[in-house]
Design a protein around this ligand. Structure first.
Ligand code: KG4
Ligand code: ZN
Length: 327
């Protein structure tokens, strides 16, 4: 069974072809729009959707060529239908609907957060639910209990900013280009993570709050008292302490041994190392997707569509993308 996955929820236009029998991604293309948005210091939704529209058809033909397949060999189409920038989602879903209709193949709407989580399984085939999923991206900071590919229970979420959003805003204040996460990671390498102590918000709650930390860091930048490297390193260290604090509250209540960490911020090498080291002695294994699969990609959509296929919940031509409110 060959599955085409289409991802357009934010500023990456991506497609992948997954061979479910061989359990292998045959081809994958991620086309980033980051250069278009950099001048604006963040993603401009209108520019993002227009650019998806321009690129999708070319990427579709290019990926078939790379995998040496014809359109007729596609058995299933999967597309991100939520959550994300609604205009960008509409473009991907409209393309996928047209394609599925034309090819007379079933279409599955894929939740972007489920896909980030399940993407970890592509590279760790022995990883099976139940496990915990910590999603740290530009729009989300969630912890889910994953019972099966289609049974997720939300245990914790941010009540204000997402982790990635904080990285981006701190970087912007420091005059660093968008996206800020990788820039902060780079300069933090030369800083002292213990130089400045920032608090952990909502200490007794499993939910996250990052707006206080963000404001504290922005104020520090304004005061101009500290070295930029120390600020970046202390900020990253605070994010790490927040993540383990909330994870520990959840883990304490559940007998769980495996935790997956996904979403754009999980590409951060410092956080990967710290989280892995921290849980090493506790018998808890932390799984990450490769850095390429940490940010948005079509591979995770194709794989998740295949997982959902067993449920046979297909997307009708009257259905479309939808906006999800944080629960
Ligand atoms: O998952 P993603 O590609 O898109 C969303 O679904 O939001 O995540 C994008 C976020 C951005 O905020 C970006 O700054 C952050 O991931 N990010 C990082 C790193 N690479 C990307 N944050 C920290 N360190 C990184 N190395
Ligand atoms: Zn994402």
């Amino acid at each position: 069974m060959i599955v085409l996955g289409i991802e357009t929820s934010c500023d990456e236009t991506s497609m992948a072809l997954y061979d479910a029998n061989k359990q292998k991604v045959l081809a994958s293309i991620i086309s980033s729009q980051v250069d278009l948005h950099r001048n604006f210091g963040g993603v401009v939704p209108e520019i993002a959707s227009r650019n998806h529209l321009i690129k999708l058809e070319d990427i579709y033909y290019q990926i078939l060529k790379e995998a040496n397949l014809t359109p007729k060999q596609i058995d299933l189409v999967g597309v991100t239908n939520a959550p994300g920038l609604i205009g960008s989602l509409f473009v991907g879903v409209a393309f996928a609907k047209g394609l599925a209709y034309g090819l007379k193949k079933p279409l599955i709407g894929v939740n972007h957060l489920a896909a980030h989580t399940l993407s970890t399984e592509i590279e760790h085939p022995n990883l099976k639910p139940p496990y915990l999923s910590l999603i740290i991206s530009g729009g989300h900071t969630h912890i889910y209990y994953v019972d099966s590919a289609y049974n997720f229970t939300l245990l914790s979420h941010t009540i204000d900013d997402a982790v990635g959003e904080c990285f981006d805003k701190v970087a912007k204040k420091l005059g660093l280009p968008y996206p800020g996460g990788p820039e902060i990671e780079k300069i933090a390498q030369d800083g002292d993570e213990k130089a400045i102590e920032f608090p952990i918000a909502l200490k007794n709650s499993k939910n996250f709050s990052f707006s206080g930390i963000k404001t504290a860091v922005l104020n520090c930048i304004e005061e101009n008292k500290y070295k930029v490297e120390d600020l970046a390193a202390s900020f990253q260290y605070t994010i790490f302490r927040n993540l383990i604090h909330k994870l520990n509250l959840v883990i304490k209540e559940l007998n769980i041994k495996n935790v997956v960490v996904t979403g754009g911020v999980s590409a951060n090498g410092y956080l990967r190392e710290k989280l892995t080291d921290y849980y090493k002695k506790s018998g808890i294994t932390i799984y990450f997707p490769s850095k390429r699969l940490s940010t948005d990609n079509g591979d995770m959509i194709a794989y998740t569509a295949y997982k959902f296929y067993t449920k046979r919940v297909f997307m009708g031509l009257r259905e479309t993308a939808y906006d999800v409110k944080p629960d």
